[in-house]
Ligand binder design. Structure first.
Ligand SMILES: Cc1ncc(COP(=O)(O)O)c(C=O)c1O
Length: 431
């Protein structure tokens, strides 16, 4: 990976996904041109056809009223079905193991009802350090609900030896060593703060070995790195669709429930009418008959308007193909890393692992002095990134709408912001 200006030009010229940038609306920067949008790990950019999909629902609501539930181009009663199936294929699961519903934290609570089943002295939950606070709040509240002290129940899998990220072998050791006391492992697919990606299969194998159930928060993994849930075989997973999946603000979340659990009648689950078997749901029976598979976990009728933009995004994903997305993503992130290592290492540290297999698109940067000022300077010149307390600037070159030249411009802006303007090795200082 050559940290030169010329590399960006050459890589963009042969990028098979370059044309997809035009299928997104990007925010405008202070110069009136599209901003340098590096916040796809937080909220993905808007697919240009999102308004078409939302408009279709609004039109049909206007023309059909309540009849839109059962007629129109995509009847609302089953509006989530093909989206759930698309998501299932993106995460390597069977269609009936994935359901689009609610939002991530709500889904995590529903999964914890089913999969956090502490018994006597096996009540601990293992979770990665820097897990998203909402996940911590959710597991703490379930521990409390079952009568345990969350401070005793939650065990963090922490980085050791002053490092920022956790060695994969240490994750496994920690799981194995807490076997007798833990009943659940909940890990990020990609950690939101450090950008570290955890391989799912070894975590699942270790959890199984010590008789723990295991779930993943894939908010920062889906649409970012390849995910194969059937191969990894966890018990459950949850994710949102507004980051790399570009579903729009507060678009619905999704849940994966391993088919192994479908017929487990002893498993607790909170029920609602939308989880009822569709064949008899509208006969309004008094007693609940679960729908097939993960759909049984649905509670309420599905949020059609807020799901509509995802339809536009999934079309782009299918066209792009996740393998090509990942290939470009690895190159974009490696290019940014190489520039930082070559020109800016005296001002910027990387929190994210430099092994490409242990990360997705995101790099978390630690600016070595005046970090907040550097972030504000980036914002002023039209870079959209984000700031995470206490000291990290997170940037993610999302491959569907980021070019190599965008990364080159981002790196130049970072150089300016940290007081170390870049002079490219392949240009003379005066050009
Ligand atoms: C890793 C992770 N988990 C959970 C959440 C919470 O998502 P929601 O607000 O959809 O519940 C987020 C939000 O950004 C997140 O990044």
């Amino acid at each position: 990976m050559s940290p030169t200006r010329g590399f960006a030009v050459a890589a963009d010229a042969v990028d098979p996904l370059a044309h997809l940038k035009a299928r997104f609306n990007l925010p405008t920067g202070p110069d009136g041109l599209p901003a340098l949008y590096f916040a796809g790990h937080s909220l993905g950019a808007q697919p240009a056809d999102a308004s078409v999909e939302v408009g279709r629902v609004l039109d049909e609501w206007g023309h059909l009223g309540v009849k839109g539930y059962f007629s129109g181009t995509k009847p609302w009663v089953s509006y989530a079905d093909d989206l759930s199936a698309d998501l299932a294929s993106l995460v390597g699961a069977s269609a009936n193991e994935v359901v689009l519903m609610n939002t991530l934290t709500v889904n995590l609570h529903l999964m914890l009802v089913s999969f956090y089943r502490p018994r006597n002295d096996r009540f601990k939950i293992l979770i990665d350090e820097h897990a998203f606070p909402s996940d911590r709040y959710a597991i703490a509240s379930h521990a409390r609900f079952h009568g345990y002290d969350p401070r005793e129940a939650i065990v963090e899998i922490k980085a050791t030896g002053g490092e920022d990220t956790v060695k994969p072998e240490y994750v496994i050791e920690t799981i194995l060593s807490h076997g007798g006391q833990a009943c659940l492992v909940l890990m990020s697919g990609v950690n939101y703060y450090t950008g570290q990606r955890y391989a799912l299969s070894p975590v699942v194998r270790a959890a199984r070995e010590v008789d723990c159930l295991v779930g993943f928060d894939l908010a920062h993994a889906v649409g970012n790195v390849p995910v194969n849930l059937n191969a990894a075989d966890p018990d459950f997973a949850v994710w949102c669709t507004y980051k790399y999946l570009n579903g729009g603000p507060a678009s619905p979340g999704a849940a994966f429930v391993n088919r192994r659990h479908f017929n487990d009648e002893a498993m607790p689950r909170f029920d609602g009418w939308w989880g009822h078997d569709i064949g008899t749901r509208f006969k309004m029976p008094d007693w609940f008959e679960p729908a097939d598979g993960a759909k049984a976990w649905q509670l309420s009728n599905s949020p059609v308007l807020s799901s509509a933009p995802l339809r536009a995004s999934m079309k782009i994903f299918k066209e792009a193909d996740m393998h090509r997305v990942r290939r470009k993503s690895m190159a974009l992130t490696a290019y940014l890393e190489a520039i930082i290592a070559t020109y800016l290492s005296h001002r910027v540290d990387l929190i994210t692992p430099s092994d490409p297999e242990q990360r997705g698109a995101q790099l978390s940067l630690r600016i070595l002095s005046s970090a907040r000022d550097a972030f504000d300077a980036l914002t002023e010149v039209g870079v959209v990134a984000d700031w995470r307390e206490p000291d990290a600037i997170r940037v993610a070159p999302a491959p569907l709408y980021t070019s190599f030249d965008d990364v080159r411009r981002l790196a130049e802006a970072i150089g300016q912001a940290v007081g170390a303007p870049i002079t490219w090795k392949d240009e003379s200082p005066s050009t």
